[in-house]
Write a protein that binds this ligand. Structure first.
Ligand SMILES: [Zn+2]
Length: 484
């Protein structure tokens, strides 16, 4: 009897404890000062310039011999004509022929400068998909309030609206507090090796350290998390590492008429299946935990209770949030995606070597060596070799209690009153990753609104952005430049 009473008391106390924690958690929302600015925005002018920018085909190509460099030259000339005050008042440096740096001298040279980044290049339109577009991808045509074309989302909108904000402020005779650099690489989509990497060298040679950098990354989104009804501003504070590995497995070759028990191709297939079945261990990083907490405050009681009591519910949370193939999973583990294979050249020849390439995104807390060790373990039964084609370790996590994060959050709330502000770990890569050595506060965010259903348009068919977003982005950068 006493035993049963003790168990019931313990369960009741546990429930009270969980509920109290849930109520305390509900009150723990981070409050940001809302920053409004009533400066008028010349929306039509910004839209026209974005349309023109889209019409110039600055498509980057991994094989630089295939790139049409005339278009990049055209783009530089277009900027000169579109933004005369920037060109008259800022110091412009062309890096590696096609990347650009503009320096806007501020009032106080003792302050560390700030940087706004974007990239000039866009991805190509996949062959055979042109007919599926509602407007030509290099027209910048407007349909039902949307500007269509490559770069409208990724990321000529950031480049043009940041420049538009500077141009208008110059017209008003405004000088920023600190030096402001606008930096635009020309090959972000193919790795930023010729663009951003050289911009960084330029900055390092001048011993420049930056107070903040703002580059592409998160956006304001609705419907990403079904249980949150409000829109959410995903402000990027970190990005996962990037790694391409080529794994080769050797076997006896020979005539295909007498195949051995295990062929090189069969063995590589087994390793691929093993990697797909047994993934690297999940873990909850600090930015993802804080993102979940900020979101959970706006969810129903049960979800709040789970997040408020992770000490108890973490295993359940990890299972539900990180379902295979979801963004949730990508946020909680290092992913390994087999993307390319190669074996024999002829149908009747057994391969002496079969290989496959994996594209991996490394989560904070893991590392390149841990990843390679993990894959080596899966190949250990075979005669194998692993070649590292590219390895970028996971980025640092920018401080989301910093002044610049609060400023970005406050301006965003000035535009999207109802938005929930959350720190965000990017699962894709950006140019600004390279700049961590000269800046602690790297923010990855463009303040445009994209409903979840439109996310698939990035790098895909019918990439488009709304006129309203153009206006909001100019407003954002104008307010930022006045307050940073
Ligand atoms: Zn981009």
């Amino acid at each position: 009897m006493y035993y049963i009473l003790a168990v019931i008391t313990a369960v009741v106390l546990l429930m009270i404890f969980i509920i109290i924690r849930t109520f305390i958690f509900t009150k723990s929302e981070e409050i940001y000062e809302v920053i409004n600015d009533s400066s008028p925005v010349n929306k039509d002018d910004a839209v026209k310039k974005l349309q023109q920018a889209i019409s110039i085909k600055t498509i980057s190509n991994s094989d630089t011999g295939q790139t049409d460099w005339q278009e990049f030259k055209k783009f530089i000339i277009f900027l000169e004509n579109a933004f005369p005050l920037i060109h008259a008042n800022m110091e412009k440096t062309v890096i590696n022929d096609y990347s650009l740096i503009y320096k806007w001298k501020g009032q106080d040279e003792k302050l560390k400068p700030g940087m706004i980044m974007a990239h000039i290049d866009v991805v190509p339109v996949e062959e055979g998909t042109l007919k599926d577009w509602d407007a030509n991808p290099f027209s910048g045509d407007i349909k039902e309030g949307f500007i269509y074309g490559r770069g409208s989302m990724d990321i000529k909108i950031q480049l043009i609206t940041a420049m538009q904000a500077c141009e208008s402020l110059l017209k008003e005779g405004y000088t920023p507090k600190r030096d402001i650099y606008l930096c635009f690489g020309h090959d972000e989509e193919t790795g930023g090796v010729d663009g951003a990497a050289h911009i960084l060298e330029y900055m390092k040679n001048r011993n420049l350290k930056f107070e903040f950098i703002i580059d592409e990354g998160g956006a304001v989104n609705s419907g990403a998390i079904s249980s949150v009804k409000k829109s959410v501003a995903f402000i990027g504070v970190a990005e996962k590492g990037y790694c391409n590995l080529k794994i080769s497995i050797k076997a006896k070759g020979g005539h295909a008429s007498t195949p051995p028990k295990n062929t090189a191709l069969g063995m590589t297939s087994k390793v691929i299946c093993d990697l797909e079945k047994h993934k690297m261990k999940k873990h909850l990083t600090k930015p993802s935990l804080d993102m979940i907490k900020a979101l959970a405050i706006h969810m129903n009681f049960i979800n709040k209770m789970i997040v408020a009591n992770m000490w108890l519910f973490k295993p359940l949370f990890m299972k539900v949030f990180a379902k295979p193939g979801t963004t949730g999973e990508a946020l909680l583990r290092t992913t390994i995606a087999p993307t390319m294979t190669h074996a024999s050249m002829e149908p009747n020849v057994l391969p002496q070597v079969a290989s496959f390439t994996v594209n991996c995104r490394i989560l904070q807390g893991d590392s390149g060596s841990k990843l390679i060790h993990y894959i080596k373990d899966k190949c250990s039964k075979y005669d194998f070799n692993i070649e590292t084609l590219r390895l970028d370790e996971p980025s640092n996590v920018s401080d989301y209690k910093s002044d610049i994060f609060k400023l970005v959050a406050g301006i965003t709330l000035g535009i999207y009153e109802d938005a929930v502000i959350v720190p965000y770990l990017m699962v894709a890569g950006t140019d600004c990753y390279k700049f961590e050595c000269i800046c602690k506060n790297v923010i990855r965010f463009t303040p445009f609104f994209i409903p979840m259903k439109d996310m698939g348009r990035i790098h895909s068919t019918n990439e488009r952005n709304s006129i309203e977003n153009v206006e909001n982005c100019v407003k954002f950068f104008t307010t930022l430049l006045k307050n940073c």
